[in-house]
Design a binder for this molecule. Sequence first.
Ligand code: SF4
Length: 566
Amino acid sequence: MSGLLFQGVEGEIDATHLLHEVALKGHDFSRAIKSPNRESALAAEGWGALGENVPQGLKPASFLAASGGTTEVVPFQSLSAPELSLIPDPCSLFPAFDKLREECGVIAIHGHPEAARQAYLGLYALQHRGQESAGIATADGQHLANIKGMGLVSEIFTDDVLDKLPGQMAIGHTRYSTTGDSALLNAQPIRVDSTKGLIAIAHNGNLVNLGNVRARLERDGAYFQTTSDSEIIVQLIAHSPASTLVDAIADSLGQIDGAFSIVMMTRDRVFAARDPHGFRPLSMGRIKNPDGPDTIVFASESCAFDLLRATFERDVLPGELVMVTEDGVTSRQYATGVAQSSCIFEHVYFARPDSRIFGRWVQESRDQMGRQLARESGVPADLVVPVPDSGVTAAMGYAEEAGLPFRMGLIRNHYVGRTFIEPEQRVRDFGVRLKLNPVRNLLEGKRVILIDDSIIRGTTSRKIVRMVRGAGASEVHLRISCPPTVSPCFYGVDTPSKRELIAANNSIEEIRQFIEADSLAYLSLEGLLKCCDGEEHTGYCTACYTGNYPTQWVDVEEILPVAVSI
Ligand code: SF4
C-alpha cells in the first residue's frame, strides 16, 4: 500500500474530511490508497489515509478544471474518479518555468497618514512572492476596511480603490496559494469579527497540524469562512480563554505548528509574529518622522523597505510576537527552545537578491553559491551564462571565481506571464521559448557553463540545454546552485509530488542524460550551508534536499520505494 499518511487526526472526521484537510496542504493524492472510509482513515492509532485517483494540485472543496481554453471551479466531491482523472494538473496549464513557487508576501504599516498607499508600494516590491491575489486592510482607530482581489497588486489597487482604504494602519498580502483554493474567498487579509473584536490577518507559510486544530475548533463551535489555514489562527484567538488580546494571540500561536510569518491588525494595533522555527522571513523597519512618532513597517523581505524609504531595523525573531500601538513597540517571546530552521531555499531562489533575510544579504549568499560551485565542480569552458533571472547572481560569482567571462547568453522576455495562462495547446507548445531566447552570436562555437538554481522535473532544463546547443554552443555544462531537490516542502512552498521530482528518482548521471547536458553538477549541501552562514549562524531547514523535516510531518512516500523513471 502506498499513500500519504498523516498523524494526529482525531474525533469525528470522515474520509472526505481527511481528503479536504490534506488538500489544504496542497499534497499530491495520486499515490494514496483506494476506497477510503472512516475506519481505514482512522486506522493505526490516529494515522489517516487518503483516496486514490485525485489529481495532483487538487485544492480543497474545489479546483481548476480546464477544457477548451476555459477554466471553471468544480466542487471535487461531485466528481467521479474517471472524471477526476481527466482533469489536468493545474500547474501544467502554466507555461512558466519549472520552478518551485513561494506562497505569499506580507506587509504591515503603523503610523502613516497614507498607510494604504505605503502597503501598496510594499506589496508591489513583494509581487515576486505571489501573483494570484492581493489585499490590503486598513484601520483608522474606529473602522477596519478590507479590499482584496484576484490578480497583480497594480491591477487591483488603482487610485480609486486606494482612496477607499482610510487610516494610519494597514496590513497587506500578496498570494500564490498552496492551501485553500485559489478563489477570492481565500485571498488575504482575512477579516474576522470575533469575541476579541475585529481582527485582520495576513499570513505567509503553511500550518502543519491544521487537521487537528481545525477539527477541535469546529467542535467548539467555530464557523470557518474560508478554507485557508490562516483563518485558524484568528479562530484560535477568538476561542482563547486568555483575557487580553495580546495574551490570546500568544496563546494561539503557541498551539499551532508549521511555518507562519504573520501580520495582524485590530482597530488600533498592529502585530507581527514568526513561528518558533523561523521558516519564513519577516523584517521590521522604520520611517523616521521628524514631527511625530516614527512609522513602523513589517515586510516579508527588506527590499520592500527601500521603496517605502524605510530603514531596516531587525528581523522579527523566531517565536517572537511584536505589538505596535500609539505608545510604541513592545515585544514578547511566546515560544522558546525551538531550534531555528529557516528556509534555505529563500536564499537559493525565492527572495530577491536586494533583500536581507535571516541576517544575511541574499545577493551575498547567491554570489557565494556560484563561487563554491566553481570550486566544487569547475569544468574547462569559454563562458558562463545564467538562466535568468534567478541564476544571474550565482553565475556572476561562478564566473569571477573561475576567471571566465560572464555573458547574458539567454534573454528573458519579462512581458510574458499571466497573459499566457490560458491553456491553449498551441500556446503551451511554445513552452520555454516564450520566456527565453538565446543570443546566438554569444553562444556559437562556445563551451558554455549554464547556471541555474534548481532542477525540479527536468523537462524545462532539457529545453534550455537544447536551446543553448541549438544556438551553436559546442558544449553545454549545467551547474545548479543548490543540492538535488529530493523531497516536497510542507512549509508554504508549492512543490510537485516526490515522484515528479527528477532527483528523487534518478542518479545525477541519469538526470544528465535526460537533460542532454555534457556535464551536470549540483552544489553540495555542506557548500550551500557554508554559503548561507552569516554572523548570526542561522539554523536552516534543508528538508527538500535531505528529507529531514523539522516538524512532525511524515510522508509515506519518503519510506516507500518509488517506481518512476524518466
Ligand atoms: Fe524551504 Fe525546502 Fe524547507 Fe520547504 S523543505 S521550508 S523549500 S528548505
